[in-house]
Design a protein around this ligand. Structure first.
Ligand code: PLP
Length: 411
């Protein structure tokens, strides 16, 4: 699939997993916010890497090591171009968004935050953009403050000028919410945060999947993403950071690859980005993520976003017709990405998910690692249908039909 004319059936044909039958029904996969499926070119790249090129990177002076290093560093260049980073040196491989945020919290936070400083996050955050800051706050004496949510789960920014002040040293916010699908006005918040001199971390775990990311245009200092959410393998992600900040930060972990010289009593560090990549990295993962970026670039991010928008609009229209349906998140479709979080009358989301599963429809039920969001809406859990480039209107119809079964069982 290398054409820019979006053809969802051609896209689906690239994803072998989607053709399978589950519980006697053709699979409808609506859990891409948790992890996306992988297209053939990504699977082929992983296979080909291990079949032909597998070796450790950087260290070996032999053909396979050279090839592995070229593939690994080539993938870094692809990701840098994909998010418009000024240099591949600013692309640090991590296990995913969680590790990328923890890296900043640890390497920047522990050295730069002090008693009385403030960290601003939002109630909408995934736990991986809350807990690392709680840990750093506990160790440094910094105070955690929150952007609150309105009744549609959108950031309340009226009091942003109070929340952002000369004590605010760090702002960490998500680009797109995994729990509600909200596309946050992150660029505005970044601009305001930088006015007070705060360092800004953007959790792009969902943003990198559902928007065209341009880190230079966004203006933040760090952007974190996970490969597995955007057609790549698990266990590989990215921390993009401004070179001057990364340069000034202490290493996150010590070990091989990240040093320049090791002496008895101290060591000196390799340059960027290797200073942050201790140990043998996830080489195949990086190669796979490079292939995912190629795949998405071949289709075109604008086409992906347009397809998702159309699909979510259709899903919202159809779901809103169901009696007892409560949909969480912004009413306006313009503020929404490819996620629909819902509850259905008194049915427990786990029961909904179990019945949908029996109908071949995979959705997620739970707190979606966003317990503060659930608390905000006064629920313990929601069911969440999340869409990606390979989903169709027929998938939405199958979801709605399966919810009919839920209604028949629970009344
Ligand atoms: N942030 C958001 C908004 C997410 O959706 C997720 C994953 O669901 C994460 C962070 C954590 O990503 P990972 O588990 O890949 O590190």
């Amino acid at each position: 699939m290398t054409t820019t004319a979006f053809d969802v059936q051609a896209v689906r044909a690239d994803f072998p997993i989607l053709g399978q039958v589950v519980h006697g029904k053709t699979l409808v996969y609506l859990d891409s916010a948790a992890t996306s499926q992988k297209p053939r070119p990504v699977l082929d790249a992983l296979r080909s890497y291990y079949d032909l090129d597998n070796a450790n990177v950087h260290r070996g002076i032999h053909e396979l090591s050279r090839r592995a290093t070229d593939a690994y560093e080539g993938a870094r260049e692809k990701v840098a171009r994909w998010i418009n980073a000024p240099s591949p040196k600013e692309i640090v491989w991590t296990r995913g968004t969680t590790e990328a945020i923890n890296l900043v919290a640890h390497s920047w936070g522990l050295d730069n935050l002090n008693e009385g400083d403030e960290i601003l996050i939002s109630v909408l955050e995934h736990h991986s953009n809350i807990v690392p800051w709680q840990l750093v706050a506990a160790r440094t004496g910094a105070k955690l403050r929150y952007i609150e949510l309105d009744d549609q789960g959108r950031w309340i920014l009226d009091d942003l000028s109070t929340l952002l002040n000369d004590r605010t040293k760090l702002v960490a916010v998500s680009h797109v919410s995994n729990a509600l699908g909200t596309i946050n006005p992150v660029k505005d918040v970044v601009a305001r945060a930088r006015e007070v001199g705060a360092v800004v971390v953007v959790d792009g775990a969902q943003g990198a999947v559902h928007t065209r990311v341009d880190v230079q245009d966004l203006g933040a200092d760090f952007y974190a993403l996970s490969g597995h959410k955007m057609c790549g393998p698990t266990g590989i992600g990215v921390l993009w950071g401004r070179a001057e900040l990364l340069d000034a930060m202490a290493p996150y972990q010590g070990g091989g690859e990240m040093i320049e010289f090791v002496h008895r009593d101290h060591s000196t560090w390799a340059g960027l980005p290797h200073k942050f990549e201790a140990g043998t990295p996830n080489i195949a993962g990086a190669v796979g993520l490079g292939a995912a970026v190629d795949y998405l670039a071949g289709i075109g991010m604008d086409a992906v976003v347009a397809h998702e928008r159309e699909l979510v609009g259709y899903a919202l229209d159809r779901l809103r017709e169901i009696e007892g349906m409560r949909i969480y998140g912004p009413e306006s479709q313009a503020e929404r990405s490819a996620v629909v979080s819902f509850t259905l009358a008194a049915s427990h989301p786990h029961d909904i998910s179990t019945i949908l599963d029996a109908e071949g429809v995979a959705v997620r039920a739970g707190h979606h690692c966003a317990q503060l969001v659930m608390k905000h809406f006064g629920v313990a859990a929601t069911a969440r249908a999340s869409f990606y480039l390979y989903n169709t209107r027929e998938d939405v119809d199958r979801l709605v039909d399966a919810l009919g079964v839920v209604k028949r069982i629970f009344g």
